[in-house]
Design a binder for this molecule. Structure first.
Ligand code: SF4
Ligand code: URA
Length: 193
């Protein structure tokens, strides 16, 4: 028996404690705070973004900056709020100057997110933007063409919508996102019918 092997079942306490110490990629060296995730730990719907921005890095919580304010509005449009869903990111530490997280950083961080999904056991996954959709759905996922479509991801219904930052940059995409959110709302309703 390996004396040091921890074979107790995973738990939020264990995961948080291990994640807090992570320095598995270079983003760990420049973070102010690690942004673990937030929300209902048994949520039916899990939202997965890209990585912390400046405000998230300062506050240690996902989606608390301008994009986060818009995400709150998007949730409200379909009668949801932050207490009913779980929100996490592909990478837990802020990429410098908000650049895209690099493939090796995404790979280094995925284990934390996989464990979060395993603990939450959501029924539906919603990817915020291209990066998360490419990780979970397919590497050549095209957000402009494939947002709002439902896919199967490891037995779960999953779709990607435009990232709220993209909707801030280009408000003309908002009507399409409203349609996608309504589709999500129907899918949630189907869970209880
Ligand atoms: Fe660890 Fe993820 Fe932070 Fe990299 S981004 S140091 S893998 S928690
Ligand atoms: N953008 C993201 O993808 N995640 C956050 O937490 C904030 C902004």
């Amino acid at each position: 028996m390996d004396f040091f092997k921890d074979d107790t079942p995973d738990s939020w306490e264990k995961l948080r404690a291990e994640c807090a110490r992570c320095s598995a990629c270079q983003l760990g060296a420049t973070r102010r705070n690690l942004v673990f995730g937030v929300g209902n730990e048994t949520a039916d719907v899990m939202f997965i973004g890209e990585g912390p921005g400046e405000q998230e890095d300062i506050q240690g919580e996902p989606f608390v900056g301008p994009a986060g304010k818009l995400l709150d509005v998007m949730l409200e449009l379909i009668d949801l709020d932050r207490t009913q869903v779980y929100i996490a990111n592909i990478v837990k530490c802020r990429p410098p100057r908000n650049r895209d997280p690099l493939p090796d950083e995404q790979a280094a961080c995925m284990g934390w997110l996989t464990r979060q999904i395993d603990l939450v056991q959501p029924k539906l996954l919603v990817f915020l933007g291209r990066i998360a959709a490419q990780v979970f759905i397919k590497p050549d996922f095209r957000i402009t063409r494939e947002h709002g479509q439902w896919f199967d991801v490891d037995g779960r219904r999953a779709m990607a919508i435009y990232h709220p930052s993209a909707l801030l940059r280009d408000p003309s995409k908002r009507p399409e996102t409203f349609v996608d959110l309504k589709s999500l709302q129907r899918e949630i309703k189907n869970l209880y019918d």
